[in-house]
Design a protein around this ligand. Structure first.
Ligand SMILES: Cc1cc2nc3c(=O)[nH]c(=O)nc-3n(C[C@H](O)[C@H](O)[C@H](O)COP(=O)(O)OP(=O)(O)OC[C@H]3O[C@@H](n4cnc5c(N)ncnc54)[C@H](O)[C@@H]3O)c2cc1C
Length: 304
């Protein structure tokens, strides 16, 4: 018969890692299943709002998280993708691309991923000029013309980084106006090397081995922009699709109460994948710790 863990944590971003540290300190028999360690923090540039660090880069913080987790000799299956989670009587079955695991409780902490644009050529040129993270990949496009898709805060954040190192930055927004904070809009408008294209739809991304350009359509007119880098910054989507049995809201975020309980007894969720407002590292860490403490309480009070 398969082993039954006390707890399985899905994901090892700030929420999952903090949940794991708490579970280790509670001496639970548990497992972490994840694609990576650090989650979105690895893609973050400068972090100035994580308590205890006035300044830390995302990769530095992710490696501190990893060290903290490794200090407890936690059992981790990585890289492994969770594809389904089921409740069978009192027991939870977690299914991955590689195996199936049983547990009495589970915490879903699978966070978010960048929203794809869906344009022709996007998949073909992924990592060949098309990227979803200006902080991580921006320096690769130093001295090259680039396009940033998305006029919200993440698009403007990317544009403000790229105007410093790129000779020409096209900022492409499908709506009539940029929707980022007004201070960011004021700052980008001061840059002499930026061209803002509102009401513009991306038709396709093209090139040979690497990106050579992008075709946009503005009020019925087609324009070809010669760029070597394309940053798609149109938001993030929750990694919750596999959680068929869990209640999700209109944004696909898992619905939790203030104890991180989902609609299924024994299954908890924490961090960016949930409907808890504000997506921040410090919040994900707090939610991860709370989810483990709730799971611990459930294990102590529930008869299996
Ligand atoms: C560019 C950028 C900059 C940011 N800057 C800041 C900042 O300055 N300050 C701040 O507080 N916040 C910042 N954030 C937000 C912050 O990074 C997130 O709020 C935080 O990482 C959320 O943590 P999480 O653990 O909930 O999810 P994530 O960090 O998304 O981690 C999710 C984990 O789940 C794993 N996973 C996903 N799907 C599966 C699956 N199917 N099976 C198994 N494992 C899976 C992933 O591999 C990952 O380990 C930034 C985010 C981005 C993208």
């Amino acid at each position: 018969m398969s082993k039954i863990y006390d707890l399985i944590i899905l994901g090892a971003g700030p929420a999952g890692i903090t949940g794991a540290v708490y579970a280790a300190r509670k001496k639970l028999d548990f497992l972490v299943i994840t694609l990576d360690i650090g989650g979105q923090t690895v893609w973050s540039g400068d972090i100035e709002n994580y308590t205890g660090y006035q300044f830390v880069t995302g990769p530095e913080l992710a490696s501190k998280f990893r060290e903290h987790m490794e200090a407890f000799k936690i059992e981790v299956r990585m890289p492994e993708r969770v594809t389904d989670i089921k409740k069978e009587g009192d027991i939870i079955r977690t299914i991955t691309n590689n195996a199936e695991y049983l547990s009495k409780t589970a915490i879903v902490a699978t966070g978010k991923r960048p929203r794809p644009l869906g344009a022709e050529g996007e998949q073909e040129f992924k990592n060949k000029g098309v990227t979803y993270c200006a902080t991580c990949d921006g320096p690769l496009f130093k001295d090259k013309p680039v396009a940033i898709i998305g006029g919200g805060n993440s698009g403007l954040d990317a544009a403000l980084q790229m105007v410093k190192i790129s000779p020409k930055v096209y900022l492409i927004e499908s709506g009539a106006q940029l929707s980022a904070d007004s201070l960011m809009i004021d700052n980008i408008k001061k840059a002499s090397n930026v061209e803002i294209c509102t009401n513009s739809k991306v038709n396709k991304i093209y090139g040979d081995t690497f990106v050579k350009g992008i075709e946009i359509e503005k009020q019925g007119k087609v324009h070809n922009l010669n760029v070597e880098g394309i940053f798609i910054e149109i938001g993030l989507i929750p990694n919750s699709k596999f959680a068929f049995i869990l209640e999700r809201d209109e944004k696909d975020e898992i619905v939790v109460d203030c104890y991180n309980k989902t609609n299924i007894e024994g299954i908890f969720a924490a961090g960016d994948v949930t409907n808890v407002p504000e997506k921040q590292i410090v919040i994900a860490c707090g939610e991860g710790s709370k989810a483990t403490l709730s799971a611990f309480r459930y294990l102590s009070t529930h008869k299996f």
